[in-house]
Design a protein around this ligand. Structure first.
Ligand SMILES: NC(=O)c1ccc[n+]([C@@H]2O[C@H](COP(=O)([O-])OP(=O)(O)OC[C@H]3O[C@@H](n4cnc5c(N)ncnc54)[C@H](OP(=O)(O)O)[C@@H]3O)[C@@H](O)[C@H]2O)c1
Length: 250
């Protein structure tokens, strides 16, 4: 087990998983640079964790640069927690929603990692991507799935080509404002939602153990394995589960 880095950048720190990760890292004595858009919520996390708040909109280049400028020469751990969701048939998804998902979930993490890589290398640092089990393809979340699969591929390449630690965290459903924000509640029977604190605990443990990937809950790994060896079987099972998902969760 390795020691945790001393300084960490956490995007998406103003809410949900990112806020829980910030609290957990603060508990371990990490210095924090907290990134989000909502000043009041970000300041509240900064007070609880002793971190420094950086308000930045990751939809645009200026926001990405603000994060990189603040973290340059300092960051040892980079946690990409910011993300947005969208649900519905692809043909009915507005173009600007597709643009936002690609920008926040994929382009921003790629650009921030690219810019901060020399800093992370010098610190023998670590990058964490909060992807999703949707990386293996979830119906009616095609664009979201694409961004998370993109992160996973990016992480896999980076793990081989760089000298920094790289972890991808793939949660199932998590009890955060995410579903309310995307405008459609979670309606599946399983996976049952877990708390953001549980994801944060798994994430920090994965960094300490330098794990490549961690699914939360862990049994979701089974779905990923089936997808890996038999994607057509996986698609058939997913279709069947989607029909059952019309029944409300108990
Ligand atoms: N909840 C789930 O079931 C679930 C499952 C799997 C994966 N995930 C992933 O986990 C990550 C965190 O989601 P969450 O569940 O914690 O949701 P959340 O509570 O809605 O938090 C999302 C975070 O992303 C930030 N964000 C969104 N758009 C941004 C933008 N344009 N610029 C900068 N920051 C932006 C938000 O900042 P502001 O609030 O300040 O705008 C917030 O801090 C996401 O990548 C999500 O895809 C979530």
């Amino acid at each position: 087990m390795t020691r945790l880095p001393r300084n960490a950048v956490v995007t998406g720190a103003s809410s949900g998983i990112g806020a829980a990760v910030a609290e957990r890292l603060a508990h371990h004595g990490c210095g924090l640079l907290l990134v989000g858009r909502d000043q009041a919520r970000l300041d509240a996390v900064a007070v609880r964790t002793g971190g420094r708040a950086v308000v930045a909109d990751l939809r645009n280049r200026a926001g990405v640069e603000a994060v990189c400028d603040a973290a340059d020469g300092w960051a040892e751990l980079l946690v990409h927690g910011a993300g947005v969701g969208a649900a519905g048939p692809l043909a009915e998804t507005p173009a600007d929603v597709v643009d936002e998902l690609l920008a926040v979930n994929l382009v921003a993490p790629v650009q921030i990692t690219r810019t901060l890589l020399p800093t992370l290398r010098a610190a023998h640092g670590h990058v964490v991507f909060v992807a999703s089990v949707a990386a293996i393809g979830v119906a009616y979340e095609a664009t979201y799935s694409a961004t998370k699969a993109g992160l996973r591929g990016f992480a896999d390449a980076l793990r081989v080509e760089s000298e920094v630690g790289v972890t991808t965290v793939l949660p199932g459903a998590v009890t955060t404002p995410y579903y309310e924000r995307r405008g459609q509640p979670y309606h599946r029977r399983f996976p049952r939602p877990v708390s953001p604190e549980r994801v944060a605990e798994a994430l920090v443990e994965a960094v300490r153990r330098d794990r490549a990937e961690v699914f939360v809950p862990r049994w979701l790994t089974v779905g990923a394995r089936v997808h890996g060896v038999a994607p057509a079987v996986f698609a058939r099972l997913s279709r069947r589960m989607d029909r059952r998902a019309d029944t409300p969760a108990v």
